[in-house]
Design a protein around this ligand. Structure first.
Ligand code: PHE
Length: 453
């Protein structure tokens, strides 16, 4: 590490393989796992949905994660410049630019929802008391439609994110992830134990484990594919940026596999935690996006020491969101820092301003700006749709085409096999997945997204 630091202009990098896994798993594990996975799994037939998701992770998720890592490590720069370095004089760098735009869009509304989790974390202490603001059944709706507090909390969350990113890769992101990720795992295990030991809690686990294939439709497959991409942070240059900090000796395939495993395990644990609690209190599992913000606080209210468990839950949700936001912000900051030759502090400050410039109107779209609709959706829903259904699949498609066909045999192969010394047996299969299988599947998601417009 010190060796790299002393060379002027040398890039920062992750100092250990555990650091890579912690940071990239931190990116992958986020609101997508704890907030989104349980409710779409609830709608998609429990473990039937999970099985389909795992299929997509193996078939598409891991190969695309490897492709992104390989582009970053080969290009040795932010998501856009990496393409320029590998394919100078071509238009491929626009793929990186699209990714950075997607990062902006996602972070703008990700910070809105993360601000809500902060509000809930702070208020959780009073849960169960007569004076708790959360006793109001319309609390969630009232709070998110207010103009002031949600923006304040969004700003605080953004500053928290920037406060870590500004310290750089090894001293900021890696250090924070190595502390936060084990803590997250511990908290989620505590919550799972609580959930399954509640009377009737095991029913929720059964619901999650027993596949109900009658609920599986074409839409379930699309949701599962979208979930696999979003959850692994693919298609927007985050994993390209992180890949550029992975040391040459590290094995990209085994790293991607471990990250995917961590991501899946946390999603399943989230499912157990949420469904265990919901079933114990007799609440139907498919409650949509409000599951976490409306249903769960109601459950905590009636639980013994519910305020403690509520705090643990919203703390873990905040940590999950924070390590993901860090990765998205790093994709933006690395670009501004390297492209415009600004210091990391300047780049982070500019990043905060730009993200909030888009993010504040999005936060207001739940209240004051509620009438502003694009394609029939309010700003938050529109940006989520635009990013998840259009920008990420498009980015992922271009990335697979670049890795599989343009960067092709030499470059891609060298990165993945570490110059012919690793993963040689599995490489041909990976190449087939990247060149043929992934593009076909992604085109299907993309068409489905476009059709919805
Ligand atoms: N993977 C994160 C989650 O599950 C979200 C994310 C998407 C992070 C894209 C980075 C890039 O919440």
């Amino acid at each position: 590490m010190s060796e790299q630091k002393s060379t002027p202009g040398a890039r920062d990098s992750f100092s250990s393989k555990f650091g890579v896994i912690a940071a990239a798993a931190g990116s992958a594990v986020g609101l997508g796992n704890v907030w989104r996975f349980p409710y779409i799994a609830g709608e998609g037939g429990g473990s039937a949905f999970l099985i389909i998701c795992i299929g997509f992770v193996l078939l598409l998720g891991i190969p695309i994660a490897v492709a992104e890592f390989s582009i970053g490590r080969h290009g040795q720069a932010n998501a856009m410049t990496s393409f320029k370095n590998i394919a100078p004089g071509t238009k491929w760098h626009l793929t990186g630019f699209l990714g950075i735009l997607a990062a902006f869009v996602i972070l703008s509304y990700y910070t809105t929802i993360s601000g809500w989790t902060l509000e809930y974390m702070v208020n959780s202490f009073s849960i169960g008391e007569a004076s708790s603001p959360m006793n109001n059944p319309n609390y969630f709706q009232d709070f998110i439609s207010e103009p002031f507090r949600p923006i304040l909390l969004q700003g605080i969350f953004m500053l928290l994110t920037a406060g870590i990113v500004v310290f750089g890769v090894s001293k900021g992101i890696e250090k924070a992830s190595k502390i936060l990720m084990p803590l997250l795992l511990l908290l989620i295990i505590v919550m799972c134990i609580r959930a399954v030991t509640l009377e009737g809690g095991m029913e929720g686990v059964k619901f999650l484990v027993k596949p109900d294939f009658s609920k599986v439709t074409g839409q379930t497959f699309l949701n599962a594919m979208g979930q696999a991409f979003f959850s692994l942070s693919l298609g927007m240059g985050v994993m390209i940026t992180y890949g550029s900090y992975i040391q040459k000796k590290d094995n990209l395939l085994s790293s991607a596999a471990q990250i995917a495993l961590a991501d899946t395990v946390i999603a399943v644990l989230s499912g157990i935690m949420v469904f265990g609690s919901a079933f114990a209190f007799g609440i139907a599992p498919s409650q949509g996006p409000s599951l976490v913000f409306v249903t769960l606080p109601n459950i905590f209210k009636d639980m013994f020491m519910g305020n403690v468990f509520a705090f643990i839950f919203f703390l873990l949700l905040t940590i999950a969101a924070l390590t993901s936001a860090i990765s998205i912000f790093e994709a933006i900051v690395a670009y501004i820092h390297e492209r415009f030759k600004m210091s990391r502090i300047q780049a982070s400050a500019l990043g905060v301003v730009l993200v909030l410039a888009v993010g504040i109107p999005i936060t207001l779209s739940e209240g004051e700006l509620g009438n502003l609709k694009i394609l029939g959706r309010n700003l938050l829903d529109f940006f989520d749709f635009l990013a998840s259904n259009i920008m990420l699949p498009l980015g992922a498609l271009l990335i697979t085409l670049f890795a599989g066909w343009f960067h092709g045999h030499q470059g891609f192969r060298d990165e993945i096999t570490n110059g012919g010394t690793a993963n040689m047996k599995i490489y041909p299969a990976l190449e087939v997945l990247i060149r043929f299988v992934a593009p076909v599947f992604i085109v299907i998601i993309l068409m489905a997204g476009i059709m919805q417009i």
